[in-house]
Design a protein around this ligand. Structure first.
Ligand code: TK8
Length: 346
């Protein structure tokens, strides 16, 4: 259903392109009642898509972005699309490159397929808490990585938060890596995540987020991993019995627009976009942290068992994960990993 909608939208966009309706010319006008001498404001359309739904803090952040941007400039018409309506994270980034959409906010994990250095954020148990993540992401290292996206046709604006990821599954009360033996776990499309789950003893399989709920429902996979907010707002409790608070990975989002849209913006628009993106970031992070703090109870109220790990139990997962660092910490990724670790030790 979602997929056919995505195909339909893609077709419409392609037809639009052939009809000579390129994104630059794809403008809307406002002010039909303006006096003849006043030129109506020509608006450029900024279509922003995400995989999560309208209830998630990420969507609330986008609404905030839209509101703030509208306060500052009246030349950009922000249109928001939730639920993978424009495609999954990878397809939407390709859409930015192709010019078929203007904005998205993917997890960093699939970005590593475009700019390798982003994989530095895929090492499990790298960040001990949100404050440490903010320090690195909002600092020099984070900025360098955002800048590296420009060469790929994407303008990285700022980092938002997906959050610490936790394991859910249908049938097993997981407390230690051994409990995951043979468990079919969906991960994002990222080699380090796959290796980590193999190291835990699971049987991981990569899949786009838009297909996940159905896959869990149809038992194609037994489990998945995501922050509490996503587990709750996507109603995974309807198809999953257990959440284990593994907190195995801090997952950032990158709020990005197409480099083309950015380059075609005036300096005033660029400043407004950047400011609105930052205000929205702070709003999104705050809502997301509240959600991740408070929604465990709601998962339980909806029939899930939420398993908190002792520090020793968590250490067992961390030790397994540590074993894969060497294999993936190579070349530029190793350099970034080293810098991140030094920054965290300061
Ligand atoms: C949504 C994804 C999602 C991510 C995943 O587009 O795929 O599991 O955590 O939230 O970015």
């Amino acid at each position: 259903m979602k997929r056919s909608l995505a195909i339909l939208l893609t077709l419409m966009l392609v037809v639009g392109l052939f009809a000579g309706c390129t994104p630059k010319q794809q403008t809307t006008t406002e002010g039909g009642n303006t006096p003849a001498e006043t030129k109506p404001v020509e608006k450029r359309v900024m279509r922003i898509g995400i995989g999560l739904n309208e209830d998630h803090p990420q969507f609330k952040g986008l609404e905030k972005f839209k509101e703030e941007l509208n306060k500052k400039v009246d030349t950009i018409d922000v249109q928001l699309f939730a639920n993978s309506a424009l495609g999954d994270d990878r397809a939407m980034m390709e859409g930015l490159q192709l010019g078929t959409q203007e904005g998205t906010c993917p997890s960093t994990a699939p970005i590593g397929n475009f700019v390798e250095e982003f994989k530095v954020f895929d090492f499990p148990y790298l960040f001990p808490d949100e404050a440490s993540a903010d320090k690195v992401l909002d600092g020099e290292i984070g900025q360098e990585l955002l800048d590296s996206l420009s060469a790929k046709g994407m303008k990285g604006l700022v980092y938002w938060e997906n959050g610490f990821r936790n394991l859910t599954n249908r049938q097993v009360e997981v407390r230690k890596p051994e409990d995951m033996k043979g468990l079919k776990v969906r991960t994002m499309e990222n080699p380090i995540h796959l290796a980590a789950f193999r190291a835990f003893g699971a049987n991981p399989t990569p899949m786009a987020f838009g297909e996940l709920f159905t896959a869990l429902q149809q038992k194609t996979v037994d489990g998945q991993e995501n922050p509490i907010a996503t587990i709750y707002y996507n109603k995974f409790y309807e198809v999953q019995g257990y959440t284990t608070l593994t907190k195995h990975l801090y997952s950032p989002f990158v709020f990005m627009i197409s480099q083309k849209f950015w380059d075609e913006s005036t300096p005033e628009e660029q400043e407004a976009i950047m400011e609105a993106a930052k205000i929205a970031r702070d709003h999104e992070r705050q809502l997301n942290r509240e959600a991740n703090e408070t929604l465990s109870k709601e998962l339980e109220a909806n029939g899930m068992k939420v398993i908190e790990l002792t520090p020793e139990e968590q250490q067992a997962f961390q030790t397994k994960a540590q074993a894969i660092y060497g294999e993936f910490a190579q070349g530029k990724i190793a350099e970034y990993l080293d810098r991140v670790q030094k920054e965290l030790a300061k």
